[in-house]
Design a protein around this ligand. Sequence first.
Ligand SMILES: Nc1ncnc2c1ncn2[C@@H]1O[C@H](COP(=O)(O)OP(=O)(O)OP(=O)(O)O)[C@@H](O)[C@H]1O
Ligand SMILES: [Mg+2]
Length: 267
Amino acid sequence: MSDDYIQNAPKEIRFDDEVICDIQNVCTEFGDNIVHHNLNLKVMRGDIIALVGRSGCGKTTLLRHIIGLTKPQSGKVLLFGEDIHAMERVAQRRLMNRFGVLFQQGALFSALSVFDNIAFPLRELKQFDESVIYQLVMHKLALVELEPRNADLLPAEISGGMVKRVGLARALALEPELLVLDEPTAGLDPDRSHNFIDLVKQLKKSLGLTVIFVTHDMETLASLAERVAVLEDKHIISDCSLQELAKSNHPFVINFFQTIRSRLEGL
Ligand SMILES: Nc1ncnc2c1ncn2[C@@H]1O[C@H](COP(=O)(O)OP(=O)(O)OP(=O)(O)O)[C@@H](O)[C@H]1O
Ligand SMILES: [Mg+2]
């Protein structure tokens, strides 16, 4: 059962050879805590790539570098061919419209309704009038399979699975080419997690998205990732399909697969 899971995991599929994100020799330190050392990773258009590694190894920090929230001590992050950390603010904002982010905690604005949460990035752009924003928000709600009647609810009034969907709808608001998801299925029950994975797969297919995601959840990994990048010992020690990864002799990877197998057997 567990090995079928690994064998049936998506194989590497690429639309073309355009590099969407190119992480070059990134080094990150917080005081004397060295988190990344000469870390390299390339993400191509159309990839669905999972970033995995033990807790505290620097996955979220790397995502934050990718989206320009934080800057590594040295090295470069090229996003759509441009150095996100070396740009003028206006150019950086333009680049930011090309990706959507769903953070580890879901992070909706608690005082804003579902509608206003999704409308937020659209209003920030100051390019659309409210009637256009209404159409766009309703379209995104439908895309993540939420009912129009959910639009007026506050985050506290919806379930955990719905919070994730609203977060995804907000990440999709500006029709991004790249989705960055940190633990997208954490805290969801298996059914909701399954639905969320299907939704991301459908969106990738219909919108041609590139997806970079972090997960500790083995089912999410086995059913969504076309490539798995393993962050261990401050750098990417492996970057390949889950099937290829299963053949690795690296002690961390062996241990990682033992965990996968025991968890899948318990499913
Ligand atoms: N702003 C910060 N200031 C100081 N240290 C930080 C900061 N952000 C992250 N760190 C440290 O960097 C390391 C990597 O943290 P990060 O959140 O990236 O790990 P992670 O791989 O995402 O872990 P998890 O799987 O638990 O989410 C940790 O040791 C963390 O304490
Ligand atoms: Mg994290």
